[in-house]
Design a protein around this ligand. Structure first.
Ligand code: DGL
Length: 283
């Protein structure tokens, strides 16, 4: 039994690494759906089907719990799969299986409030509103999940999502730092002009972007806090394991990396982020 971690590509490694650091004894299997990456500009129904196929592949590889280390899949597919597919699939296979996403932990970290908290809107006078900038894929931005869910919980935090249609693809393709820097600076500038000022804090709401978090730090005003999605996900998983110890998986610290794309070594950006070359096997 292992913990499955899923993304369209290499972005989920940013979350995977935080999970491995938090649960060093657990066995992990990572799946990158690189044959179909990037997900961010795909129609919603395709994202649902691809995410389901990824979960099945990970369950077949021995995972009982899958973490969708992908905002696009979490925003668009997770609820559908939990409600309309997973219960039947559990019955069919006779296994205890679950799928978790990364949007809930991120919103908890951004608001400092537990997910169950909903704001009491009566008589509230909001004196000062902070701006939260969310850089994400078009799929995540169009879902408006961060705007909707944060508005329910915290009225002094206004969310502006900035879709970055090319960024995950450029990271998958090992684009040069100069190309990536220009792209990131462009999005920071567009967000600033849409809001009228820079955000007070920001979420890198696509797991690929964490690989180039330093470029976002450079482009945003000095010291702008970035909500750390991988750390927030590891914290949330630790709380989940307290409630569901049956999903704590393995004891050997085994790590497998699978791809639906071309197996072999991942690109230079990944090696730099990871600190060593990383080889993927065919899924
Ligand atoms: N890394 C993923 C995310 O967090 C997907 C990026 C993509 O495939 O477009 O949204």
């Amino acid at each position: 039994m292992s913990i499955g971690v899923f993304d369209s590509g290499v972005g989920g490694l940013t979350v995977h690494r935080a999970l491995v650091e938090r649960f060093p004894q657990a066995d992990f299997v990572y799946l990158a759906d690189q044959a179909n990456a990037p997900y961010g500009g795909r129609p919603g129904e395709e994202i649902v089907e691809l995410t389901k196929a990824g979960c099945i592949r990970l369950f077949d590889a021995g995972a009982s719990l899958v973490v969708l280390a992908c905002n696009t899949a979490s925003a668009i597919a997770l609820r559908r799969l939990q409600q309309t597919w997973l219960p039947g699939y559990r019955r069919e296979t006779g296994r205890s299986l679950n799928v978790l996403g990364i949007i809930v932990p991120t919103i908890e970290a951004a608001t400092g409030l537990p997910w169950e908290h909903e704001a009491d809107r009566r008589d509230e006078q909001v004196q000062k509103v902070d701006i939260l900038g969310v850089f994400s894929t078009p799929g995540t931005a169009n879902s408006r999940v961060f705007e909707i869910e944060i508005d329910k919980r915290k009225q002094d935090l206004a969310v502006f999502s900035e879709p970055c249609p090319n960024l995950a693809r450029l990271i998958e393709q090992d684009a040069s730092r100069d190309v990536l820097r220009t792209e990131v600076e462009g999005h920071v500038k567009v967000l600033k002009s849409r809001v009228g000022r820079h955000p007070d804090r920001a979420v890198l709401g696509c797991t690929h972007y964490e690989i180039i978090a330093d470029l976002f730090r450079d482009a945003l005003p000095d010291g702008t806090p970035l909500i750390h999605q991988p750390g927030a996900t590891a914290d949330a998983l630790a709380r989940y394991f307290e409630r569901h110890p049956e999903y704590i998986a393995g004891a050997g610290g085994e790590r497998r990396f699978l791809t639906t794309g071309t197996p072999g070594e991942q690109n230079g950006l990944v090696a730099t982020f990871w600190g060593a070359p990383l080889r993927f096997e065919a899924a």
